[in-house]
Design a binder for this molecule. Sequence first.
Ligand SMILES: [Zn+2]
Length: 463
Amino acid sequence: MKTLIYNAEIVNEGRRFHGGLLIDGDRIAEVFEGDAPASHAALCPQNCINAGNALLLPGIIDTHVHFREPGLTHKADIAHESRAALAGGVTSTMDMPNVNPPTTTLERWQERMALGAQQSRVNYAYYLGATNGSGEREEEREARIPLKLFMGSSTGNMLVDNPDTLRRLFHMSACHANSNTAHAAAPFPIVAHCEDTPRISERMAEAKARWGEDPDVEHHPWIRDAEACFRSSSLAAELARETGARLHIAHISTERELSLLSEEASPGSRLPHITGEVCIAHLLFCDEDYKRLGTRIKCNPAVKSRQDRDALRHALADGRLLTVATDHAPHLLSEKQGGCVRAASGMPMVQFSLVSMLGLVDEGILPIERVVDAMCHQPARLFGIKGRGYLRPGYKADLVLVKPEEWTLRREDILSKCGWSPLEGCVLHWRVQQTFVNGRLAYDHGHINDNLRGEALAFEYCF
Ligand SMILES: [Zn+2]
């Protein structure tokens, strides 16, 4: 079946132009500039969509989400969160391993892939969580699954703090880069959460002595401070340089860490050796917002100073920060009670990431081409995701139509299972109209086609 989308403002690969595209089955058949070619007039009217000047973008690829399934489904699950993703124009997600039981073995990873196939409304992939025992099994090393490394605290047995293990993991990743030419073209990066545990423990003890057993959330960025981030991310950068492994530092939250990002390409790859992800919360909020939003914006790494936020915005605008993700990490509001000790860290964001970023475009903080680059193109390039992330003939038709519209975010708009958002009450200036996944209209003006399921992401150089 063919579908024509015309009269759209396409933003793709650094260009913005008026035009449209033709979908054939699950793929993009053609991208055109200007009016639809006359040959397409033969299509029946119900297969023609007048975009009415809406922006037409590649579907968002969110490489950092926590959909909480299995084991934590009282707060979120794949069905709810992938529906929220669709409503936000997100067509692919890469889900983190800190579920229960954690995704730290191939067997558990396979079980999760099966859950994704059953439940996910968007395309999906799952990280394997590194442990102090990681990389000892041959088949694990050969499986080529994206690896998430927690060099910070609060993640149970996934905290890798053994220096030998760290070195082995980085070597393992680098060895893959050299083992054959296919891998050399795009070795997987190690995705690392970097916060130094001893530093945080030390600061927490001091905070409790000063402010009591459960310090107010305003002290969160004092406890999990810029120094904790830098100590850990600079160690990761050092290991990457020493071994040649590619490193993608997750949710960079401080100005200081920007100095660790490298501009030169890594051996055998056109990608920079050390790259960085920035998350929506660190772009939207700063420490002044704790007064207003309290524990709703408590996340790890902490939302830091205004100066940090502005430095992150600049680094995203000029391309030093490569990708934008959400770190969509829902908790129930009841779990967000208390202060630095008791309140859970993390917030839902996947449904409002694109519209929030378009808000930053309206404020003149970054060009729209860079938003599409950081949320669609670079995630695909970074992981070698096959046939997605760009509007190109032959690529999967993962698309979003989004239009200027002023609306106030109310609780009933929220599709995440936890049922709240730090953005409640905010006036947004963009609204997602339609989201296509693999050529099918999965989200249409508030309606979700619940019969559709996403596909497993394929990694070009890896499986
Ligand atoms: Zn996360």
